[in-house]
Design a binder for this molecule. Structure first.
Ligand SMILES: Nc1ncnc2c1ncn2[C@@H]1O[C@H](COP(=O)(O)OP(=O)(O)OP(=O)(O)O)[C@@H](O)[C@H]1O
Length: 349
């Protein structure tokens, strides 16, 4: 098992940069998500990893093997990576078993090995009873499981997945996420998974690369992205919360946790500093009390199933989002304490 590295990758189409100066180092056996809004360069990155696109500059290595650089371009079929697409890309005239067998047929693998690998792959995706059906006789989720099984029969070290759940309904997506988790555990393969759905990325991946306009904004674990996002854009993309402006000080600097006492000192003031550091406060950090903390007026209260979203107006005229178990009246004044905040870098674009 080998490290997969992207070094200073650039890709442009007609003079326009789709991916800029991308560096990633993917550990063997990791489950990595490439996440970002439409057009941010996720699929282009995956296609360069697969070998469907050449790099404009930079290099891609799998262990010591160079797959792409200015002078080298290993063809997709010689990279020995598995691929799973949104569209399943199954052969309609072949049975489930024949579809799964196809990569082994191409590689002229002997009959006994072929049978063994097909049976193992069918078992991993729990499709043994469907081996003789045609793709037309399967549900969307079952078709995607066939595509998964087909991606692993050649025992690749790396499997690339491009929005594999995009065509499935919400309920099926949750079931399929479980299939991916089991699949990853059983195969131990390195998985690189493209999605624009942050909750899918957070629940599946152990490392996430968030891209925006072709640039890597942050490369971190799901927990770090949620608790310590670099910028306000990322904080908003990854979860819910409020961004408040605070005066900069030794303790309030981008990339640092902000303590409760500092937040309170500033939020009780009647003015927002016009210039300063943006601080993220997740709703879970806000507690509401009848008499303790910063005075806060309820401006909105919406039921979200299990909790209420409460929007509060503070003395500084800034807005804070909190969660609460019971409904609160709009116009009611109560008190808030904020356990901690996270100071953000300015968004540059
Ligand atoms: N073959 C191509 N020719 C010209 N421009 C392209 C080509 N492929 C991608 N692009 C452009 O590169 C940028 C990144 O595209 P890419 O498909 O990688 O984004 P994405 O993040 O995967 O988006 P989506 O989630 O919508 O699939 C976009 O502006 C897109 O229009």
């Amino acid at each position: 098992m080998a490290l997969l590295t992207l070094n200073q990758i650039n890709k442009s189409f007609n003079g326009q940069n789709a991916v800029s100066d991308l560096n990633l180092s993917i550990e063997p056996g990791a489950f990595v998500a490439l996440l970002g809004p439409s057009g941010c360069g996720k699929s282009t990155t995956l296609r360069m990893l697969a070998g469907f696109e050449k790099v404009s500059s930079g290099s891609i290595f799998h262990g010591g093997r160079c797959l792409s650089n200015a002078t080298t371009h290993v063809a997709p079929e010689n990279r020995d990576f598995g691929m799973v697409f949104q569209s399943y890309a199954l052969w309609p005239h072949m049975s489930v078993m024949e579809n799964i067998a196809y990569p082994l047929t191409i590689k002229r693998v002997d009959r006994a090995t072929k049978q063994k690998r097909i049976q193992e792959a069918l078992a991993i995706v729990q499709l043994e009873p469907y081996a003789d059906r045609s793709p037309a006789e399967l549900s969307g989720g079952q078709r995607q499981r066939v595509a998964l099984a087909r991606s692993l029969v050649t025992e690749p070290e790396v499997i690339l997945l491009d929005e594999p759940l995009a065509n499935l309904d919400r309920h099926l997506r949750a079931t399929m996420e479980e299939t991916f988790r089991t699949f990853h555990k059983r195969t131990g393969a390195t998985m690189v998974y493209v999605t624009h759905d942050q909750s899918e990325a957070m629940s599946l991946a152990d490392q996430i690369a968030v891209l925006k306009n072709g640039q890597l904004i942050q490369w971190a674990s799901p927990q770090s992205l949620y608790q310590q996002p670099r910028t306000a854009w990322l904080a908003d993309f990854i979860g819910r919360g409020s961004v408040i402006r605070m005066q900069p000080s030794d303790e309030v600097q981008p990339g640092r946790k902000v303590e409760q006492s500092l937040i309170h000192q500033q939020l009780v003031l009647p003015h927002t500093p016009s210039q300063g550091v943006d601080v993220l406060i997740r709703p879970q950090s806000v507690c509401l009390h009848p008499s303790l903390g910063i005075s806060a007026k309820v401006t909105q209260c919406i039921y979200r199933g299990g909790h209420f979203d409460v929007e509060l107006s503070l003395p500084s005229s800034q807005t804070l989002l909190a969660y609460h178990d019971t409904p609160l009246a709009v116009g009611e004044t109560l008190f808030a304490t904020v356990q901690e905040g996270w100071s953000l870098e300015p968004d540059h674009d």
